[in-house]
Design a protein around this ligand. Structure first.
Ligand code: SF4
Length: 467
């Protein structure tokens, strides 16, 4: 399955592609009673293993999946309660030395209008997003040996922290050596994300014909290097649609297990990007299309197999599906996104500079309203990164059911802060009513008295109060 060069290292890779293929081929469907018995015992501590996930994937019984969905909802609530974290991506550069067949940033895309933001321009974009209420951003770059290296990313992180009130910045960038990753970490990055795109080596080779990214092994080992560089929190994912989703999902779960076994922590986030046609890219449709029904199963599987992970759904997905998967275990969503560098301040869409076309184009305010209407609490919280509840400590607390006790007060404080700053009177009133209703969940909490105190201070105009 692997190229000769990769085969040399296969035993040291975090995920064995042959092992995943074997698991899929040999997994027997679960009988209904067997499935119910398994699903009933799942919890944040008793997660679905990769072998059990393979058997669940092989099962096509709607009643089993209904029960799995209910369990995913319950596990999500045991870990995080009813908060939904909102974030925005900030695209820094669409200059890239790779030629990924599915991406608008690819080197040979003649239609792309190339933009690389200076650190100061990135800070201006961040200020725009700060005015929208965001305190956490995901910085995204293409992979270019001269334009988007570690020093550029580190300088940009420092410029944004210096020039805005942003509280935590995560990074989605190319795989790098340990010293480069350390430079980014030391500049204040929270989570470091690299998506493998596809874990299937032959598909990987076909999709990434040239550039640094053609090296499968270099990419799949990046999370290990990030951990060595001091990142307690990393983000993984597969671009769904390049190969059989069943293979990709089992590989991501196995990757998560590898990180737990080797570093004592699950990935902090698992993203579920689904293929979208990009302008100027040769791949006009997903080779292995993922239906909405399969997408829902993927979210359920990630929640049950990696309970502490933030399952992240972006604006690639249509509005209705994004709303539905909140009830199936998704816990983080982007809002009001632009995928062209400089696109926020620019204000109008520049398709020729986008990585992909956004489906859910609703503004942040509409997303806040939607989350509230579905009975969840929109959260702009960043406290775990700043209180050092990260990496192994976070994983332990999450599987012990001890994170949600922080999520609720922090979500309510961040929502109250958002409401105080909102220009829209009706939106402010809706948010404050949700804070008032949410306070009931604090009854009996050891943080109740301190929470009341902090909430009063936030409503009086203080900012950035959290636990
Ligand atoms: S308390 Fe921690 S896990 Fe919960 S929303 Fe805040 S940062 Fe995230």
């Amino acid at each position: 399955m692997l190229t000769q060069k990769e085969a040399v290292h296969e035993s040291s890779l975090p995920v064995s592609a042959d092992g995943i293929a074997r698991l899929l081929a040999e997994a027997a469907p679960l009988r209904r009673r067997e499935a119910f018995a398994l699903l009933k015992v799942l919890s944040p501590r008793r997660r679905l293993t990769v072998s059990e996930a393979a058997r669940l994937i092989a099962t096509d019984d709607p009643m089993v999946w209904e029960t799995a969905a209910a369990m995913a909802r319950s596990v999500r609530e045991e870990v995080f309660g009813r908060r939904v974290v909102l974030f925005a991506p900030l695209y820094l550069s669409n200059v890239c030395g790779n030629n990924c067949l599915y991406c608008g940033f690819r080197r040979d895309n003649p239609e792309a209008k190339r933009i690389t933001l200076s650190p100061e321009q990135a800070a201006a974009e961040a200020r725009f997003l700060e005015r929208k209420g965001f305190h956490r951003l995901l910085l995204v770059t293409g992979e270019h040996p001269a334009m988007t290296q570690a020093t550029y990313i580190a300088d940009t992180l420092r410029a944004i922290y210096r020039g805005t009130g942003m509280r935590i910045l995560h990074v989605n960038a190319a795989p790098m050596p340990v010293d480069a990753l350390r430079e980014i970490k030391e500049a204040g990055a929270g989570v470091f994300q690299v998506f493998q795109e596809t874990y299937h080596p032959e598909t990987y080779a076909a999709m990434h014909p040239s550039g640094r990214k053609a090296d499968y092994a270099w990419r799949i080992t990046c999370m290990d290097r990030a951990m060595e560089a001091g990142f307690g929190d990393v983000g993984v994912g597969a671009l769904l649609g390049l190969y059989d989703w069943r293979f990709e999902v089992l590989s991501v779960i196995r990757h998560a297990e590898h990180l737990l076994e080797k570093f004592g922590t699950f990935p902090h986030t698992i993203s579920v990007p689904r293929f979208k046609k990009a302008i100027g890219s040769p791949l006009s449709a997903a080779p292995y299309p993922v239906s909405d029904a399969a997408f829902e199963r993927i979210v359920i599987l990630y929640r049950l197999a990696v309970p502490p992970a933030g399952v992240v759904v972006t604006t690639r997905e249509p509005a209705a599906l994004r709303e539905k998967v909140l009830d199936l275990g998704a816990s983080q969503i982007s809002a009001g996104s632009k995928t062209d560098p400089g696109g926020y301040a620019e204000g109008k869409r520049r398709h020729e500079s986008e990585q992909f076309t956004v489906s859910d184009t609703r503004p942040v305010e509409a997303i806040v309203r939607m989350v509230l209407a579905r009975g969840y609490i929109p959260s702009l919280c960043t406290s775990c990164y700043r209180k050092r509840r990260t990496g192994h400590a976070f994983t332990e607390m999450a599987i012990g059911g001890n994170i949600r006790g922080f999520c609720l007060p922090n979500a309510l404080l961040s929502l109250a802060e958002y409401a105080v700053a909102a220009d829209d009177d009706a939106l402010r009133a809706e948010c404050l009513a949700a804070v008032e209703a949410g306070k009931r969940g604090m009854e009996g909490s050891p943080l109740a008295a301190a929470f009341e105190n902090k909430l009063g201070r936030v409503l009086a105009g203080e900012r950035d109060l959290h636990f």
